[in-house]
Design a binder for this molecule. Structure first.
Ligand code: BGC
Length: 924
């Protein structure tokens, strides 16, 4: 995309230099826009006469951007932006402009706000540098997350966002020469599926937590020179400059820094790392140190640090964080090795690091408790570099590395890993032109999903955690978030989706035991699982506002089994994998249905089935206020009831497809087991008043919350539960939801399907669109969005409601930004949110591209106006489709022949005419 517009917002004007610049811009064929204060407008009156130059009144940023981009119909990516106000830089960068240039003498402020470049004076602006950047760097930058200054407050967030991973291992990209501390640095490493459950005495009781193990740190590098008494460390260093970059295309993270010691010695430090996508056991690490203004003997130690505990989440620090014992450390010439074993799950962890061989003559092993360490000594001239390449192997007794461990040069492994990433990007990439920012952030979501579960996962026994392999939040547990996550994999890597569902299958016995313990039949899928498949939801949780440990009743969220069943059915639709449906998938479905058949209670007085004492997705309503905690849950959660009815309705279709072997194995009798299924499906209870579905029985009687009051009192009201509890109140009293609950029904089912399901249940609702609008408008007002999942659901529904496209874009932006900006104030530094990330991608597929795959391909694109071109791939029933959407055209290309039809508005066309596998449609 070429640059066509220059936009200026300047608070101070240096007239002569500015005029020179403007003249040079207007000589070429560009449009120039100024946003100036009223006084300056007079000053620039003369430019108004020039057709190509517009001086506009500057009130505020959103007013400005609206005036500029909407009214002038400009695509942000065709504009470069220049400002002397850092806050404007951030704003315009997020609008998607191609280049942001800051003018000022404090580059940090501008880089903090994501300027691409900073110059100290307007006289230094050279147009050719801007063109050059756009021509030669913009495409590359759209693959990168870049931080050009260090920010103590944001460091942990950036470590998370630049994590390297391959589905098996995730390593937070912390500075290699700094160990974990209380609030700034946290070099955690996690292996998919590796947990350890240990007790802690807290609030007078012994509680067990099954934690995601932070394994020994194989990335520790420490260094000093000559007789330095201590290693160079943030405490004795000043950072002169730095660049922290994640290249998402190649999966490589780099840091470049110039460090200055208290005594003035300067060193240039470079660190590169990646997690092998080609071989999940290999990670590459490369360090280069160059003394800039002195010479001396470098003493650099390369370690695998075994003094590691789980310490990443401040709220959990009172819990036992000791999860492994070091069993053995070795160091020899060019390699170090550390073996450890988890204290309760008894998994052996084996870490080896090989270094470039030619350095062996400079190395000596160091004896250190719990740490495998090699010390390298080398005298360096001024500006002479020392480079240490490290090949790291990570394996466990569950997933061993097969092959010979040896040193492989950093570049050689990186090349292989890059090739594997390139294949992945070829499948998953979503290309957006017209909005550079959305492009970068969309790739960021895709990147982190693949770090969390990749094609490597088909070789291991691991599910997908709610928070990636990026941190310890939620202890690496697996929740219902798969409902949001798996659709991404269905469309790109169905085999990965299957392996994630197989993780559930292998734990079906635990779910059966759980049902039995609760006096129910079939399988009761626990709300949170880790490695064994047992219920791992904590019994008490910490409220940072009240500083109290409160009971946690969230385990009552039985709806998690609906998401497992929904995914199996959805997976089948995408793949027609009969084998999975007739065996593992089918077995899970039957056991889930058996559970629900034993959970529902028939009430003669209303001739309805009811579901008592469960929680819906809205975690604020844990129980009825008058009930003790031992009686958690609420009755007839509409989401649960309606989805259970949906599930029983689907049973007719998939029952015959399930193999008789499976039915025999689990003693499933088509007569006895299913005797009341039809009845349940038609008679589940739902309460609907004035076209609004009641979230649960008694919800309509609760008090309204005074939002204004709380917004004035607290900066962030997302976690109203914590706020109310800290004020000795409870959300149980109010119509206030943490996240979409009733609205989840509209997220999963099309409004027409939902309405006909309700009709089948005997409820008189009509007009699906109005029904959606009424429920949406009712619940959005009563939701605090304390979970990022809530954003994607609301955005998704806005696409279905006429004339709400501006709101749709606004909510999509909240969701897209949520991890990047850590909008929940400190949660992303503890791990990404896979649910919202995948939810964003689904939103692009389903709403912006408007593609719904089924018996026909339904098209209803609704992309943001400034996205000029949107292209993506979808795999459906073994055929790869590429879609390209512009303002007036959709092009679909399939990689093989098929009989698919395409529906756009009311028109259905054959995909294939004669021998074509390309389909083009003009949008009206
Ligand atoms: C949400 C749940 C979600 C969990 C893990 C919670 O904050 O309320 O719906 O499953 O986070 O992402």
């Amino acid at each position: 995309m070429n640059i066509k517009h220059f936009v200026f917002i300047l608070n101070t004007i240096d007239k002569s230099n500015f005029e020179k610049l403007i003249k040079s811009i207007s000589k070429e064929n560009f449009k120039v826009y100024f946003f100036l204060s009223e006084m300056d407008l007079i000053f620039f009156e003369e430019y108004k006469t020039n057709d190509k130059i517009k001086a506009l009144r500057y009130n505020n940023q959103s007013d400005t951007s609206h005036t500029l981009f909407e009214q002038n119909n400009i695509s942000p990516e065709e504009a470069a932006f220049i400002s002397d106000d850092p806050k404007n830089i951030k704003y315009f960068r997020k609008l998607g402009v191609a280049h942001c240039l800051g003018i000022g003498d404090n580059p940090k402020d501008f880089y903090h706000n994501y300027a691409d470049d900073v110059l100290d004076h307007i006289s230094k602006v050279k147009l050719k540098d801007i063109y050059n950047w756009i021509e030669n760097h913009l495409e590359y930058e759209k693959w990168c997350l870049v931080y050009k200054h260090f920010d103590k407050e944001e460091e942990k967030l950036r470590e998370t966002l630049t994590t390297v991973g391959n589905g098996f291992v995730g390593h937070r990209n912390a500075i290699s020469f700094i160990k974990a501390d209380n609030d700034t640095h946290y070099p955690g490493t996690y292996v998919a599926g590796l947990f350890n459950k240990v007790p802690t005495k807290i609030a007078d009781r012994e509680i067990f937590n099954n934690d995601f193990v932070n394994i020994p740190n194989a990335f520790l590098i420490e260094f000093k020179f000559d007789d330095d008494s201590e290693n160079w460390h943030s405490k004795n260093l000043k950072l002169i400059n730095c660049e922290h970059r994640l290249n998402m295309k190649t999966g490589e993270a780099t840091r470049k820094m110039t460090l200055e010691h208290q005594d003035g010695r300067q060193v240039h430090y470079t660190c590169q790392q990646f997690a092998g996508m080609h071989n999940m056991h290999i990670l590459g690490h490369n360090i280069k140190i160059v003394p800039l203004n002195f010479e001396g003997e470098l003493k650099l130690s390369s370690s695998i640090d075994g003094d590691i505990i789980n310490y990443g989440v401040p709220r959990y620090r009172k819990l036992n964080g000791h999860h492994f014992d070091v069993k053995q450390t070795l160091a020899d010439k060019n390699y170090i090795n550390l073996k450890a074993e988890t204290t309760a799950s008894n998994v052996e962890i084996n870490l080896c690091v090989y270094h470039n061989n030619q350095l062996a003559k400079h190395s000596e092993p160091v004896l250190a408790d719990n740490t495998a360490k090699l010390l390298f000594k080398k005298t360096l001239e001024k500006k002479q570099g020392f480079e240490l390449e490290r090949t790291i192997y990570i394996e466990t007794s569950r997933n061993q590395f097969h092959g010979q461990k040896k040193f492989v040069s950093y570049d050689t492994s990186l090349k292989k890993s890059k090739a594997a990433w390139s294949k992945i990007w070829n499948n998953i990439d979503i290309k957006i032109s017209g909005d550079r920012y959305a492009q970068e952030l969309v790739r960021m979501q895709l990147y982190h999903l693949i770090c969390s579960a990749s094609p490597n996962n088909t070789k291991i026994d691991a599910g997908i955690t709610a928070r990636g392999l990026h941190g310890e939040a939620y202890r690496g547990h697996i929740f219902w978030d798969e409902l949001f996550i798996l659709p991404f994999y269905f469309k790109n890597y169905p085999e990965v989706a299957k392996s994630i569902m197989m993780y559930r299958y292998r734990r079906l016995d635990a779910a059966r035991r759980h049902a039995k313990k609760n006096n129910k039949e079939g399988a009761l899928i626990p709300w949170q699982i880790a490695d064994t498949g047992e219920e791992e939801t904590q019994e008490i949780h910490y409220n940072p506002m009240s500083k109290e440990w409160d009971p946690d009743l969230s385990r009552k969220q039985r709806h998690v089994s609906i998401s497992v069943a929904f995914n199996i059915i959805n997976y089948y639709k995408h793949t027609q994998d009969d084998d999975f449906l007739s065996h593992e998938g089918g077995e899970m479905l039957l056991e889930i249905l058996r559970y629900w058949a034993s959970k529902v209670r028939y009430n003669q007085s209303d001739n309805r089935y009811h579901i008592y004492r469960v929680m819906g997705p809205d975690e604020f309503h844990e129980k009825y206020p008058e009930n003790p905690v031992t009686d958690g849950g609420i009755d007839d959660n509409a989401y649960t009831n309606i989805m259970v009815s949906w599930l029983f309705s689907k049973a007719v279709q998939f029952l015959p497809k399930i193999s008789t072997d499976v039915k025999e194995k689990i003693n499933f009798s088509s007569k006895e087991d299913t005797h009341n299924w039809n009845d349940i499906k038609n008679k589940l209870f739902v309460s609907i008043k004035d076209n609004i579905i009641e979230q649960f029985d008694g919800y309509f009687d609760l008090k309204e919350i005074d939002w204004q009051l709380y917004k004035e009192k607290y900066d962030d009201v997302g976690r109203m539960d914590r706020i109310l509890k800290s004020e000795n109140d409870s959300p149980d009293h109010y119509k206030v939801a943490k996240q979409a609950d009733t609205l989840m029904l509209f997220y999963l089912l099309e409004s027409e399907e939902l309405v006909s399901l309700l009709n089948q249940l005997g409820y008189d609702v009509e007009n699906p669109e109005q029904f959606l609008i009424n429920n949406f408008d009712y619940y959005i007002k009563r939701t605090s969005h304390g979970s990022t999942l809530s954003y994607v659901v609301h955005a998704y529904l806005l696409d279905e409601i006429p004339n709400r496209d501006d709101d749709l874009c606004k909510w999509f932006h909240y969701a897209l930004n949520s991890d990047f900006d850590d909008i929940q104030g400190g949660t992303t530094e503890e791990g990404i949110h896979c649910g919202v990330m995948a939810g964003n991608i689904n939103l692009i597929y389903n709403c912006f591209a408007g593609i719904k795959m089924g018996n026909t391909i339904k098209l209803n694109p609704n992309k943001p106006k400034h996205w000029k071109n949107l292209s993506l791939k979808i795999k459906f029933q073994n055929i790869n489709y590429r879609f390209e959407i512009t303002d007036n055209k959709i092009k679909i290309k399939a990689d093989s022949r098929h009989n698919m039809k395409v529906r756009y508005k009311d028109k259905v066309s054959d995909f294939l005419d004669s021998n074509q596998i390309i389909f083009s449609l003009v949008l009206v």
